[in-house]
Write a protein that binds this ligand. Structure first.
Ligand code: SIN
Length: 494
Protein backbone atom coordinates (compact mmCIF):
# COMPACT_ATOMS: atom_id res chain seq x y z
CA UNK A 1 0.00 0.00 0.00
CA UNK A 2 1.19 3.57 -0.73
CA UNK A 3 1.09 5.48 2.53
CA UNK A 4 1.67 9.19 3.04
CA UNK A 5 2.41 10.39 6.56
CA UNK A 6 2.19 14.15 7.15
CA UNK A 7 4.20 15.49 10.10
CA UNK A 8 7.38 14.39 11.85
CA UNK A 9 6.80 14.56 15.60
CA UNK A 10 6.70 11.38 17.68
CA UNK A 11 3.32 10.35 16.20
CA UNK A 12 4.29 10.78 12.55
CA UNK A 13 7.75 9.27 12.93
CA UNK A 14 6.35 6.26 14.82
CA UNK A 15 3.56 5.75 12.28
CA UNK A 16 6.00 6.01 9.35
CA UNK A 17 8.49 3.57 10.90
CA UNK A 18 5.81 1.02 11.77
CA UNK A 19 4.15 1.30 8.36
CA UNK A 20 7.48 0.84 6.57
CA UNK A 21 8.40 -2.07 8.82
CA UNK A 22 5.05 -3.67 7.92
CA UNK A 23 6.05 -3.52 4.25
CA UNK A 24 4.13 -0.45 3.05
CA UNK A 25 5.70 2.10 0.69
CA UNK A 26 5.88 5.17 2.91
CA UNK A 27 6.46 8.83 2.11
CA UNK A 28 6.78 11.22 5.04
CA UNK A 29 6.08 14.87 4.26
CA UNK A 30 6.85 17.56 6.81
CA UNK A 31 6.57 21.35 6.91
CA UNK A 32 10.03 22.04 8.30
CA UNK A 33 13.06 19.79 8.50
CA UNK A 34 12.50 16.24 9.70
CA UNK A 35 11.91 16.33 13.47
CA UNK A 36 11.10 20.04 13.67
CA UNK A 37 7.87 20.66 15.56
CA UNK A 38 6.56 20.26 19.07
CA UNK A 39 8.03 16.89 20.08
CA UNK A 40 11.55 18.30 20.28
CA UNK A 41 10.33 20.89 22.78
CA UNK A 42 8.83 18.37 25.20
CA UNK A 43 10.58 18.45 28.53
CA UNK A 44 8.71 16.39 31.12
CA UNK A 45 8.75 12.92 29.58
CA UNK A 46 6.60 9.91 28.79
CA UNK A 47 4.13 8.65 31.38
CA UNK A 48 3.67 4.90 31.75
CA UNK A 49 6.32 3.09 33.81
CA UNK A 50 4.71 1.78 36.96
CA UNK A 51 6.52 1.33 40.28
CA UNK A 52 5.54 -1.27 42.90
CA UNK A 53 2.55 0.69 44.23
CA UNK A 54 1.38 1.98 40.86
CA UNK A 55 -0.48 0.39 37.95
CA UNK A 56 -1.99 1.01 34.52
CA UNK A 57 -5.38 1.24 36.29
CA UNK A 58 -4.12 4.10 38.47
CA UNK A 59 -2.71 5.85 35.42
CA UNK A 60 -6.06 5.47 33.67
CA UNK A 61 -7.92 6.84 36.70
CA UNK A 62 -5.59 9.87 36.88
CA UNK A 63 -6.04 10.50 33.15
CA UNK A 64 -9.83 10.45 33.48
CA UNK A 65 -9.84 12.68 36.58
CA UNK A 66 -7.54 15.25 34.93
CA UNK A 67 -9.80 15.12 31.86
CA UNK A 68 -12.72 16.22 34.09
CA UNK A 69 -14.48 12.91 33.44
CA UNK A 70 -14.91 13.51 29.70
CA UNK A 71 -12.26 11.06 28.49
CA UNK A 72 -13.27 8.08 26.41
CA UNK A 73 -12.51 5.19 28.75
CA UNK A 74 -11.76 2.73 25.94
CA UNK A 75 -9.22 5.12 24.46
CA UNK A 76 -7.64 5.64 27.88
CA UNK A 77 -7.40 1.88 28.34
CA UNK A 78 -5.65 1.56 24.97
CA UNK A 79 -3.26 4.36 25.97
CA UNK A 80 -2.13 3.01 29.31
CA UNK A 81 -2.00 -0.63 28.12
CA UNK A 82 0.18 0.45 25.21
CA UNK A 83 2.72 2.28 27.37
CA UNK A 84 5.03 -0.63 28.20
CA UNK A 85 5.55 -1.72 24.58
CA UNK A 86 6.06 1.77 23.21
CA UNK A 87 8.52 2.82 25.94
CA UNK A 88 10.40 -0.46 25.42
CA UNK A 89 10.45 0.25 21.68
CA UNK A 90 11.92 3.72 22.23
CA UNK A 91 14.63 2.20 24.41
CA UNK A 92 15.38 -0.47 21.78
CA UNK A 93 15.62 2.17 19.07
CA UNK A 94 18.18 4.00 21.20
CA UNK A 95 16.50 6.53 23.50
CA UNK A 96 18.66 6.75 26.64
CA UNK A 97 16.10 7.47 29.36
CA UNK A 98 17.67 8.65 32.62
CA UNK A 99 18.58 5.87 35.09
CA UNK A 100 19.90 5.60 38.62
CA UNK A 101 23.34 4.16 39.46
CA UNK A 102 21.85 0.64 39.46
CA UNK A 103 20.47 1.09 35.95
CA UNK A 104 16.83 1.47 37.01
CA UNK A 105 14.73 4.00 35.11
CA UNK A 106 14.31 7.23 37.06
CA UNK A 107 10.65 8.16 37.36
CA UNK A 108 9.50 11.78 37.47
CA UNK A 109 6.36 13.10 39.11
CA UNK A 110 4.05 15.72 37.60
CA UNK A 111 0.79 17.37 38.52
CA UNK A 112 -2.37 15.26 38.85
CA UNK A 113 -0.42 11.98 38.74
CA UNK A 114 -0.96 9.86 41.84
CA UNK A 115 2.52 8.33 41.43
CA UNK A 116 5.91 9.07 39.90
CA UNK A 117 5.68 7.23 36.53
CA UNK A 118 7.29 9.50 33.96
CA UNK A 119 10.47 8.47 32.18
CA UNK A 120 12.67 11.31 31.00
CA UNK A 121 15.92 11.79 29.12
CA UNK A 122 18.69 14.36 29.51
CA UNK A 123 16.84 15.54 32.63
CA UNK A 124 14.45 17.91 30.87
CA UNK A 125 15.33 17.17 27.23
CA UNK A 126 13.10 14.13 26.64
CA UNK A 127 11.53 15.36 23.41
CA UNK A 128 14.88 16.18 21.85
CA UNK A 129 16.25 12.76 22.77
CA UNK A 130 13.23 10.94 21.30
CA UNK A 131 13.11 13.05 18.19
CA UNK A 132 16.81 12.56 17.47
CA UNK A 133 16.54 8.77 17.73
CA UNK A 134 13.38 8.45 15.63
CA UNK A 135 14.70 10.82 12.94
CA UNK A 136 17.91 8.77 12.78
CA UNK A 137 15.82 5.59 12.39
CA UNK A 138 13.83 7.14 9.52
CA UNK A 139 16.95 8.43 7.78
CA UNK A 140 19.03 5.33 8.44
CA UNK A 141 17.90 2.65 6.04
CA UNK A 142 14.15 2.62 6.76
CA UNK A 143 13.40 3.16 3.03
CA UNK A 144 10.92 5.89 3.93
CA UNK A 145 10.82 8.65 1.34
CA UNK A 146 11.14 12.04 3.02
CA UNK A 147 9.83 15.35 1.66
CA UNK A 148 10.94 18.26 3.84
CA UNK A 149 9.85 21.92 3.83
CA UNK A 150 6.54 20.85 2.33
CA UNK A 151 3.33 22.36 3.64
CA UNK A 152 0.11 20.38 3.54
CA UNK A 153 -2.39 22.37 1.47
CA UNK A 154 -5.28 19.96 1.17
CA UNK A 155 -6.43 16.40 1.15
CA UNK A 156 -7.43 14.95 -2.21
CA UNK A 157 -10.82 13.30 -1.87
CA UNK A 158 -12.53 11.25 -4.58
CA UNK A 159 -16.07 10.19 -3.70
CA UNK A 160 -15.90 9.32 -0.02
CA UNK A 161 -12.23 8.32 -0.03
CA UNK A 162 -8.98 10.20 0.55
CA UNK A 163 -6.59 9.55 -2.34
CA UNK A 164 -3.61 11.73 -1.49
CA UNK A 165 -2.50 15.21 -0.56
CA UNK A 166 -1.54 18.48 -2.17
CA UNK A 167 1.66 20.09 -0.87
CA UNK A 168 3.31 23.44 -1.31
CA UNK A 169 7.03 22.91 -1.90
CA UNK A 170 9.27 25.82 -2.89
CA UNK A 171 6.25 27.83 -3.97
CA UNK A 172 4.95 25.08 -6.25
CA UNK A 173 1.97 22.76 -5.67
CA UNK A 174 2.96 19.09 -5.67
CA UNK A 175 0.66 16.06 -5.44
CA UNK A 176 1.33 12.84 -3.55
CA UNK A 177 -1.09 10.03 -4.39
CA UNK A 178 -1.81 7.58 -1.60
CA UNK A 179 -3.94 4.60 -0.65
CA UNK A 180 -3.87 5.94 2.91
CA UNK A 181 -2.94 9.27 4.46
CA UNK A 182 -1.91 9.55 8.12
CA UNK A 183 -2.17 13.07 9.49
CA UNK A 184 0.32 13.80 12.29
CA UNK A 185 0.55 17.55 11.93
CA UNK A 186 0.13 18.52 15.59
CA UNK A 187 -2.03 21.21 17.13
CA UNK A 188 -2.64 24.91 16.68
CA UNK A 189 -0.79 26.75 19.47
CA UNK A 190 -0.12 29.67 17.10
CA UNK A 191 -3.79 30.60 17.40
CA UNK A 192 -2.74 32.38 20.60
CA UNK A 193 -0.51 35.36 21.35
CA UNK A 194 1.39 33.33 23.94
CA UNK A 195 2.25 29.71 23.27
CA UNK A 196 4.86 27.09 24.08
CA UNK A 197 4.53 25.75 20.51
CA UNK A 198 7.09 26.60 17.84
CA UNK A 199 6.27 28.80 14.86
CA UNK A 200 4.43 26.86 12.21
CA UNK A 201 2.06 25.12 14.65
CA UNK A 202 -0.90 26.46 12.71
CA UNK A 203 -3.41 23.61 12.71
CA UNK A 204 -2.78 22.72 9.06
CA UNK A 205 -3.95 19.12 9.36
CA UNK A 206 -7.12 19.97 11.29
CA UNK A 207 -8.00 22.72 8.81
CA UNK A 208 -7.40 20.42 5.83
CA UNK A 209 -9.52 17.72 7.47
CA UNK A 210 -12.37 20.18 8.11
CA UNK A 211 -12.28 21.36 4.50
CA UNK A 212 -12.34 17.75 3.31
CA UNK A 213 -15.41 17.00 5.44
CA UNK A 214 -13.89 14.92 8.26
CA UNK A 215 -15.53 15.22 11.66
CA UNK A 216 -13.67 17.23 14.31
CA UNK A 217 -14.61 17.78 17.93
CA UNK A 218 -13.60 19.16 21.34
CA UNK A 219 -11.83 22.15 19.78
CA UNK A 220 -12.95 24.26 22.75
CA UNK A 221 -10.57 22.29 24.96
CA UNK A 222 -7.29 24.20 24.66
CA UNK A 223 -4.74 23.52 27.36
CA UNK A 224 -2.74 26.42 28.81
CA UNK A 225 0.49 25.31 30.48
CA UNK A 226 0.78 27.04 33.87
CA UNK A 227 4.48 27.82 33.97
CA UNK A 228 6.05 29.59 31.02
CA UNK A 229 8.89 32.00 31.71
CA UNK A 230 7.53 35.48 31.23
CA UNK A 231 10.85 37.17 30.46
CA UNK A 232 11.76 37.02 26.80
CA UNK A 233 10.15 34.67 24.29
CA UNK A 234 7.84 32.04 25.84
CA UNK A 235 9.94 29.26 27.36
CA UNK A 236 8.35 26.26 29.07
CA UNK A 237 9.33 25.45 32.63
CA UNK A 238 8.37 21.82 32.98
CA UNK A 239 5.69 20.70 35.36
CA UNK A 240 8.30 18.22 36.57
CA UNK A 241 9.88 21.17 38.43
CA UNK A 242 6.75 21.44 40.55
CA UNK A 243 6.73 17.64 40.72
CA UNK A 244 10.15 17.91 42.44
CA UNK A 245 8.74 20.39 44.99
CA UNK A 246 8.83 23.90 43.49
CA UNK A 247 5.95 26.18 44.51
CA UNK A 248 3.96 29.08 43.05
CA UNK A 249 3.98 32.30 45.03
CA UNK A 250 2.35 35.70 44.73
CA UNK A 251 3.92 39.09 45.45
CA UNK A 252 3.48 38.50 49.17
CA UNK A 253 5.29 35.16 48.89
CA UNK A 254 2.05 33.25 49.57
CA UNK A 255 1.24 29.86 47.98
CA UNK A 256 -2.11 30.97 46.57
CA UNK A 257 -3.10 27.86 44.52
CA UNK A 258 -4.25 26.12 47.72
CA UNK A 259 -7.04 28.71 47.88
CA UNK A 260 -8.50 27.02 44.79
CA UNK A 261 -7.58 23.33 45.06
CA UNK A 262 -6.39 21.05 47.89
CA UNK A 263 -3.54 19.71 45.71
CA UNK A 264 -2.12 23.23 45.31
CA UNK A 265 0.59 23.40 42.65
CA UNK A 266 0.01 19.75 41.73
CA UNK A 267 -3.66 20.23 40.85
CA UNK A 268 -4.68 19.62 37.20
CA UNK A 269 -3.19 22.11 34.75
CA UNK A 270 -6.40 23.93 33.94
CA UNK A 271 -7.00 24.68 37.63
CA UNK A 272 -3.44 25.89 38.23
CA UNK A 273 -3.36 28.03 35.06
CA UNK A 274 -6.61 29.79 35.93
CA UNK A 275 -5.45 30.40 39.51
CA UNK A 276 -2.23 31.97 38.17
CA UNK A 277 -4.06 34.16 35.64
CA UNK A 278 -6.48 35.42 38.29
CA UNK A 279 -3.79 36.12 40.90
CA UNK A 280 -1.59 37.91 38.33
CA UNK A 281 -4.55 40.09 37.31
CA UNK A 282 -5.40 40.88 40.95
CA UNK A 283 -1.88 41.90 41.88
CA UNK A 284 -1.04 43.48 38.51
CA UNK A 285 2.21 41.54 38.21
CA UNK A 286 3.28 38.02 37.24
CA UNK A 287 3.28 35.34 39.88
CA UNK A 288 6.51 33.44 40.46
CA UNK A 289 7.78 29.90 40.45
CA UNK A 290 9.93 29.29 43.50
CA UNK A 291 12.42 26.46 42.95
CA UNK A 292 15.04 27.79 45.36
CA UNK A 293 14.47 24.99 47.87
CA UNK A 294 15.83 22.49 45.29
CA UNK A 295 19.29 24.07 45.32
CA UNK A 296 21.65 24.97 42.49
CA UNK A 297 23.20 21.49 42.11
CA UNK A 298 19.92 19.60 41.87
CA UNK A 299 18.39 22.15 39.51
CA UNK A 300 21.29 22.02 37.07
CA UNK A 301 21.50 18.21 37.14
CA UNK A 302 17.77 17.45 36.87
CA UNK A 303 16.81 20.39 34.62
CA UNK A 304 19.90 21.33 32.62
CA UNK A 305 18.00 22.98 29.75
CA UNK A 306 15.81 25.14 31.98
CA UNK A 307 18.82 25.98 34.13
CA UNK A 308 20.79 27.14 31.07
CA UNK A 309 17.97 29.19 29.55
CA UNK A 310 17.00 30.94 32.80
CA UNK A 311 20.64 31.87 33.38
CA UNK A 312 20.97 33.11 29.78
CA UNK A 313 18.08 35.43 30.58
CA UNK A 314 19.87 36.80 33.62
CA UNK A 315 17.86 34.85 36.21
CA UNK A 316 19.28 32.64 38.94
CA UNK A 317 16.38 30.39 39.81
CA UNK A 318 18.36 28.66 42.54
CA UNK A 319 18.33 31.86 44.61
CA UNK A 320 15.19 33.77 43.49
CA UNK A 321 11.69 32.84 42.29
CA UNK A 322 11.23 33.49 38.54
CA UNK A 323 8.24 35.19 36.84
CA UNK A 324 5.90 32.86 34.97
CA UNK A 325 2.65 33.02 33.04
CA UNK A 326 0.33 30.45 31.47
CA UNK A 327 0.56 29.99 27.67
CA UNK A 328 -1.31 27.93 25.08
CA UNK A 329 0.25 24.49 25.05
CA UNK A 330 -1.91 21.68 23.72
CA UNK A 331 -5.17 21.03 21.89
CA UNK A 332 -7.23 18.21 23.37
CA UNK A 333 -9.67 18.25 20.46
CA UNK A 334 -9.01 17.64 16.81
CA UNK A 335 -9.92 15.26 14.04
CA UNK A 336 -12.18 12.56 15.46
CA UNK A 337 -10.72 9.06 15.32
CA UNK A 338 -11.53 5.56 16.43
CA UNK A 339 -9.07 3.56 18.52
CA UNK A 340 -6.86 2.87 15.47
CA UNK A 341 -6.62 6.44 14.21
CA UNK A 342 -9.33 6.07 11.54
CA UNK A 343 -11.13 9.33 10.87
CA UNK A 344 -14.63 9.61 9.45
CA UNK A 345 -13.14 9.86 5.94
CA UNK A 346 -12.23 6.55 4.35
CA UNK A 347 -8.45 6.28 3.88
CA UNK A 348 -7.65 9.10 6.30
CA UNK A 349 -6.02 8.46 9.69
CA UNK A 350 -5.01 11.00 12.34
CA UNK A 351 -2.53 10.46 15.19
CA UNK A 352 -0.99 12.59 17.94
CA UNK A 353 -2.17 16.09 18.77
CA UNK A 354 -4.03 16.57 15.46
CA UNK A 355 -6.36 13.76 16.53
CA UNK A 356 -9.19 13.70 18.98
CA UNK A 357 -8.95 10.13 20.24
CA UNK A 358 -10.95 10.98 23.36
CA UNK A 359 -8.02 10.15 25.63
CA UNK A 360 -7.65 13.63 27.11
CA UNK A 361 -11.26 14.58 27.71
CA UNK A 362 -11.43 18.24 28.73
CA UNK A 363 -7.84 18.52 29.98
CA UNK A 364 -4.75 16.45 29.24
CA UNK A 365 -2.76 14.79 32.03
CA UNK A 366 0.93 15.80 31.92
CA UNK A 367 3.26 13.61 29.86
CA UNK A 368 0.42 11.69 28.20
CA UNK A 369 1.06 13.46 24.88
CA UNK A 370 4.29 11.75 23.82
CA UNK A 371 2.72 8.50 24.97
CA UNK A 372 -0.39 9.10 22.89
CA UNK A 373 1.71 9.89 19.80
CA UNK A 374 3.69 6.66 20.16
CA UNK A 375 0.73 4.40 21.01
CA UNK A 376 -1.72 5.67 18.39
CA UNK A 377 0.99 6.20 15.75
CA UNK A 378 1.85 2.51 16.00
CA UNK A 379 -1.81 1.42 16.08
CA UNK A 380 -2.74 3.40 12.97
CA UNK A 381 0.20 1.89 11.09
CA UNK A 382 -0.82 -1.63 12.02
CA UNK A 383 -4.47 -0.94 11.10
CA UNK A 384 -3.43 -0.02 7.54
CA UNK A 385 -3.47 -3.69 6.57
CA UNK A 386 -7.05 -4.21 7.82
CA UNK A 387 -10.10 -3.54 5.69
CA UNK A 388 -11.54 -0.05 6.33
CA UNK A 389 -14.05 -0.12 9.16
CA UNK A 390 -16.83 2.45 9.50
CA UNK A 391 -17.45 3.73 13.03
CA UNK A 392 -19.75 6.11 14.80
CA UNK A 393 -18.22 9.56 15.40
CA UNK A 394 -19.25 11.56 18.47
CA UNK A 395 -20.22 14.63 16.43
CA UNK A 396 -21.03 15.18 12.75
CA UNK A 397 -18.62 17.00 10.39
CA UNK A 398 -18.70 20.79 10.56
CA UNK A 399 -20.35 22.60 7.72
CA UNK A 400 -17.72 24.98 6.37
CA UNK A 401 -19.18 27.91 4.50
CA UNK A 402 -16.17 28.32 2.21
CA UNK A 403 -14.43 24.96 1.86
CA UNK A 404 -11.54 26.43 -0.13
CA UNK A 405 -8.75 27.84 2.02
CA UNK A 406 -8.59 31.59 1.89
CA UNK A 407 -6.26 34.32 3.05
CA UNK A 408 -8.04 37.03 4.92
CA UNK A 409 -7.21 40.70 5.23
CA UNK A 410 -6.06 40.55 8.83
CA UNK A 411 -2.80 40.59 10.76
CA UNK A 412 -1.93 37.25 12.36
CA UNK A 413 -0.96 39.05 15.57
CA UNK A 414 -4.41 40.67 15.76
CA UNK A 415 -6.06 37.24 15.53
CA UNK A 416 -3.69 35.82 18.15
CA UNK A 417 -4.42 38.63 20.61
CA UNK A 418 -8.16 38.36 20.00
CA UNK A 419 -8.04 34.62 20.70
CA UNK A 420 -5.86 35.16 23.79
CA UNK A 421 -8.16 37.80 25.22
CA UNK A 422 -11.54 36.30 24.30
CA UNK A 423 -11.14 32.56 23.69
CA UNK A 424 -8.35 31.88 26.16
CA UNK A 425 -8.20 30.79 29.77
CA UNK A 426 -11.26 32.74 30.88
CA UNK A 427 -14.17 33.08 28.46
CA UNK A 428 -17.60 34.64 28.48
CA UNK A 429 -20.53 34.73 26.08
CA UNK A 430 -19.98 38.31 24.95
CA UNK A 431 -16.28 37.71 24.21
CA UNK A 432 -17.00 34.55 22.25
CA UNK A 433 -19.77 36.19 20.22
CA UNK A 434 -17.70 39.24 19.35
CA UNK A 435 -14.74 37.04 18.39
CA UNK A 436 -16.95 35.02 16.06
CA UNK A 437 -18.26 38.22 14.49
CA UNK A 438 -14.76 39.58 13.91
CA UNK A 439 -13.37 36.32 12.57
CA UNK A 440 -16.30 35.86 10.20
CA UNK A 441 -15.90 39.41 8.91
CA UNK A 442 -12.22 38.72 8.22
CA UNK A 443 -13.14 35.49 6.45
CA UNK A 444 -15.71 37.31 4.29
CA UNK A 445 -12.93 39.61 3.05
CA UNK A 446 -10.72 36.67 2.15
CA UNK A 447 -8.67 36.12 -0.97
CA UNK A 448 -7.09 32.91 -2.22
CA UNK A 449 -3.80 32.18 -0.44
CA UNK A 450 -0.60 31.45 -2.33
CA UNK A 451 2.36 31.58 0.06
CA UNK A 452 3.04 29.34 3.07
CA UNK A 453 2.33 32.24 5.41
CA UNK A 454 -1.00 32.99 3.71
CA UNK A 455 -2.04 29.33 3.85
CA UNK A 456 -1.12 29.28 7.56
CA UNK A 457 -3.17 32.42 8.17
CA UNK A 458 -6.13 30.88 6.37
CA UNK A 459 -5.83 27.74 8.52
CA UNK A 460 -5.61 29.79 11.71
CA UNK A 461 -8.69 31.75 10.70
CA UNK A 462 -10.67 28.57 10.07
CA UNK A 463 -9.51 27.12 13.38
CA UNK A 464 -10.35 30.35 15.22
CA UNK A 465 -13.88 30.22 13.88
CA UNK A 466 -14.22 26.54 14.78
CA UNK A 467 -12.74 27.00 18.27
CA UNK A 468 -14.84 30.05 19.16
CA UNK A 469 -18.02 28.46 17.92
CA UNK A 470 -17.27 25.19 19.79
CA UNK A 471 -16.65 27.27 22.94
CA UNK A 472 -19.91 29.12 22.43
CA UNK A 473 -21.83 25.86 22.02
CA UNK A 474 -20.50 24.43 25.28
CA UNK A 475 -22.36 26.48 27.85
CA UNK A 476 -21.16 24.86 31.07
CA UNK A 477 -17.54 25.30 32.16
CA UNK A 478 -15.60 22.03 32.27
CA UNK A 479 -11.87 21.27 32.36
CA UNK A 480 -9.85 23.63 30.18
CA UNK A 481 -13.01 25.32 28.90
CA UNK A 482 -13.85 27.91 31.52
CA UNK A 483 -16.82 30.10 30.82
CA UNK A 484 -18.23 32.72 33.15
CA UNK A 485 -21.91 32.03 33.86
CA UNK A 486 -24.19 34.25 31.77
CA UNK A 487 -25.58 37.16 33.81
CA UNK A 488 -29.17 36.68 34.96
CA UNK A 489 -31.67 38.42 32.65
CA UNK A 490 -32.53 41.94 33.80
CA UNK A 491 -35.98 42.37 35.29
CA UNK A 492 -38.16 44.67 33.25
CA UNK A 493 -38.92 47.94 35.02
CA UNK A 494 -42.53 48.29 36.02
C1 SIN B 1 6.02 19.70 30.88
O1 SIN B 1 7.16 19.25 30.95
O2 SIN B 1 5.49 20.35 31.80
C2 SIN B 1 5.22 19.47 29.65
C3 SIN B 1 4.84 18.06 29.60
C4 SIN B 1 3.51 17.92 28.93
O3 SIN B 1 2.99 18.84 28.33
O4 SIN B 1 2.94 16.84 29.07
Amino acid sequence: MNVVVVGSGIAGLTAALHAAEAGHRVTLATKGALGDGCTGYAQGGVAGVYGPHDSAEQHAADTITAGAGLSDVDAVEVLVRGAADRIAELITRGVAFDRDVDGRLLLGHEAAHSHARIVHAGGDATGTAISRVLVASVRGGSRIGVVEHAMLIDLIVAGDTVRGIRLLVDGVIDVLDADAVILATGGAGCLYAHTTNPEGTTGDGIAAAIRAGAAVSDLEFVQFHPTVLSMGSPFLISEAVRGEGATLVDDAGRRFVFDTHPDGELAPRDVVSRAIARRAAEQGAPVRLDATMLGAGRLSRRFPTIDRVTRERGLDWSTRPVPITPAAHYLMGGVQTDLDGRTTLRGLYAVGEVARTGVHGANRLASNSLLEGAVFGARAASALGDPWREWQAAAPPRQVAAPVAAHASFERAALQHLMWDRVGLLRDTHGLETTLGTVRAWAAAATTPTTVCEHEDANLLLLAEATASAALSRVDPVGAHYREPAPAPLLEAV
